[in-house]
Design a protein around this ligand. Structure first.
Ligand code: NDP
Length: 486
């Protein structure tokens, strides 16, 4: 078995090596020319670009950095990945019980301690048809990479039914961890019957009056133990063969849903306060599908037991290429394999420390983040001092520590605070320990924080705008800028 496994791993590596030693990379019908001496003369060429910062991306960064190569991680739209959306993780070897966000921060700090550079920016275009490979970011960085590790994971699926978009953030969400505290005493549904749906139930049950799990088939897909835990709650009900057909409401949020019963073929309407979706994930391969081979479900195809994609020099790890195991520890292991494959690829090309230094001497892009840490306000006196009594524009970031959208937006807000440091003030307010502020907003100003992240803008102490959307850095800059120019 071990022998067979090794053949699977070694054959593609030998083929890659033979091709590389003849100075070409085969991509579908094209050949790419590899010339490290020429590449070193170009500007802004990084040895390894890692796209994505979940367990696979950060583990890859740790290993690349420890190999003495510069690892540039583009954190992407969900910094530190999907684990930031869960609460406790109990199946990470060596950690009995650890908060997802804490685990990810530990891996991030470990990678940074060996020199990995983690940049809060997202890759928006990738061209793998010429070498070094070309990448562009949302913030306008343009650079090339000798090798790339794709670790962009997967994003939650949505139902695509009427009302889902309209009520997003107003009762429709994929994040129970973030929004469960806003549904105290309410009735909600969870759509899906997998482990993620079960986890949403565990999050919601302590807060809500009743939570109903709507499973589209006649059985749950979640692990048996998870199913038992779901059924053990008094305020949890599971209904099978039920599909949500539409979501309806008013300005205050979701009010009703339309449900189709696949057994009776009847459609009914039900009053509900919140809809939590947990119906699986789609791999984030959109940017790469023109250059790389995907399987029928859109996952990247790997070469044998390596982490190499269909293109030499491009490696991948985690959920972008794994539809079977989908476990954080597996993703981390694949990230390590991808790093070892990428460093071998570079060594075989002739990469060494001298070349690394020559590349660095030609960096004219800024591969760093300038930011200002936001002031935290929790008490009403602080709210009055830093928001109401402040002249000019003040942005308040209402967040919770384990809300992925909030975690995603924080670096953008900190960067905005740096770029506009003489023009605006930005403060952050943790909704879990700022009851005084939330009550003041609701009772005296008619402003309710119903889900996080919530960004409020005040001008000369008066509320002027808000958004509950998870904005990219560019979108956030545009959103705030329009009030600066007023
Ligand atoms: P899964 O793919 O396992 O489950 C998705 C669920 O959503 C299924 O019940 C599926 O129904 C249902 N579904 C899919 N599309 C629709 C739709 N359009 N309408 C209604 N229902 C729909 O995804 P998960 O995100 O739950 O889990 C992904 C992976 O992550 C799994 O391997 C899981 O084990 C793992 N995981 C592990 C956790 C843990 O160990 N603590 C926690 C969370 C996830 P059907 O069965 O009919 O297809």
């Amino acid at each position: 078995m071990a022998y067979q496994a090794r053949i699977f791993y070694v054959v593609p590596m030998i083929l890659t090596f033979l091709c590389m030693s003849s100075g070409c990379l085969n991509k579908k019908n094209q050949s790419l020319h590899l010339d490290l001496d020429q590449a070193v003369k170009l500007e802004n060429v990084v040895p390894v670009a890692i796209i994505g910062s979940g367990p696979s991306g950060l583990s890859a960064a740790l290993y690349v950095a420890r190999a003495g190569m510069k690892a540039f991680v583009f954190a992407g739209p969900t910094p530190c990945g999907q684990l930031t959306q869960t609460t406790f993780i109990e199946n990470w070897p060596g950690r009995e019980k650890v908060l997802g966000i804490d685990l990810m921060n530990d891996i991030k700090h470990q990678a940074e301690s060996f020199g990995a550079c983690i940049i809060s920016d997202s890759i928006i275009s990738a061209d793998f048809s010429t070498w070094p490979f070309s990448l562009k970011t949302e913030e306008g960085r343009e650079f090339k990479a000798l090798s790339v590790i794709l670790a962009t994971g997967a994003h939650p699926k949505v139902l695509s039914v009427p009302g889902e978009k309209k009520f997003w953030g107003k009762g429709v969400t994929t994040c129970a961890v973030c929004d469960a505290p806003f549904f105290i005493g309410k009735e909600v549904i969870v759509v899906g019957g997998g482990d993620s749906a079960a986890e949403q139930i565990f999050e919601l049950a302590p807060y809500v009056k009743k939570v109903t799990m709507l499973v589209r088939g006649d059985s749950m897909r979640a692990a048996k133990l998870m199913q038992q835990r779901v059924l053990a709650y008094d305020n949890v009900q599971v209904e099978y063969n039920k599909q949500v057909r539409g979501i309806y409401g008013d300005d205050t949020g979701v009010k009703t849903i339309e449900i189709y019963d696949a057994k009776t073929e009847e459609v009914s309407t039900r009053s509900i306060d919140g809809v939590f979706l947990a119906i699986g994930h789609t791999p984030n391969t959109q940017l790469f599908k023109k250059d790389l081979k995907l399987d029928e479900l859109g996952y990247l195809m790997m070469q044998g037991r390596s982490q190499q994609t269909s293109m030499p020099g491009i490696f991948a790890a985690g959920e972008i290429q794994d539809k079977t195991y989908r476990q954080a520890a597996v993703a981390a292991g694949e990230g390590i394999k991808a790093a070892l494959d990428a460093t071998s690829f570079l060594y075989e090309l002739g990469y060494n420390a001298k070349i690394g230094q020559a590349l660095e001497d030609n960096f004219f892009e800024t591969f760093s983040d300038e930011h200002i840490e936001l002031q935290e306000i929790n008490r009403l006196t602080e709210f009055n001092k830093y928001v109401i009594d402040q002249p000019g524009l003040v942005v308040v970031d209402f967040y919770s520590k384990i809300c992925p959208g909030c975690i995603r937006m924080l670096p953008s807000l900190e960067s905005l605070a740096h770029h506009l440091k003489n023009k605006i003030n930005i403060v952050k307010c943790n909704v879990n320990n700022s009851i005084e502020i939330l009550k003041e907003l609701q009772w005296n100003r008619g402003l309710q924080v119903k889900s996080v992240p919530a960004i409020f803008i005040f001008k000369d102490g008066k509320f002027i705008a808000r958004t509950n959307e998870i904005l990219s850095k560019k979108e956030l800059f545009t959103f705030v800028n329009q009030y600066l120019q007023d």
